[in-house]
Design a binder for this molecule. Sequence first.
Ligand SMILES: Nc1ncnc2c1ncn2[C@@H]1O[C@H](COP(=O)(O)OP(=O)(O)O)[C@@H](O)[C@H]1O
Ligand SMILES: [Mg+2]
Length: 240
Amino acid sequence: MTFIECRRLTKSYQKGDSTITPLQELDLDVDAGDFLALMGPSGSGKTTLLNLIAGIDQPTGGTLRIADFDISPLSKSRLADWRSDNIGYIFQLYNLVSVLTAYENVELPLLLHRLSATERHARVAAALELVGVADRHDHFPRQLSGGQEQRVAIARAIVTNPKIIVADEPTGDLDADSAAAIMQLLTRLNREHGRTLLMVTHDSKCAAYARHTLHLEKGRLVEGHQLAARRTRETQEATT
Ligand SMILES: Nc1ncnc2c1ncn2[C@@H]1O[C@H](COP(=O)(O)OP(=O)(O)O)[C@@H](O)[C@H]1O
Ligand SMILES: [Mg+2]
């Protein structure tokens, strides 16, 4: 069943006399419970697409339906409300608040929701436990390793029970072992907890954890066979 449906989804920016179009009439269907990896060269529109689906940016054209609800015409403030109910965002550089403890960082998104203190505490504790950093709840970000910081950031992303988790190069700043551990955690969130996951990555080892991989180039999706043909062409050019 299609859960995220992009139709002719477009994002353009006006810069003086010229128009930059990071995303061009993109069609995409993502099923509920899918785990999708997005790859592509720098500047190909990966973050732009993620930010549209996450309700951080608004499209300039096309439609974007999520769970049968078109979010493309929403105002900025309605979009922000929608986002806090539906999206968990994981960043490459964690984006934890440095003056808050791990616990307080995870609690932060819940303060936008109407919950009793008891319920809030239970949710934060469960999220920290799930990602394996419950014992670090009173540590500040600077007292944590990169891998631990990303675990706290993942706890913050899931604590509101969002339907969709988006991750923009979540292992981009981690060593290979920490990256593998984070990928195993994300895979568990998808397989065991049914979260729909969209992840941008440069690393084919990370993409291999996903159920599907899509490639973007210059704001458009590139089909697998186009990509294979281009790679063959490039290999031939390199050897002649
Ligand atoms: N706010 C903005 N204003 C103007 N151009 C932008 C803006 N955000 C992104 N772009 C441009 O859109 C293109 C795609 O960016 P992005 O989606 O961040 O690429 P990727 O994540 O694949 O590296 C880039 O050329 C970038 O300069
Ligand atoms: Mg990017």
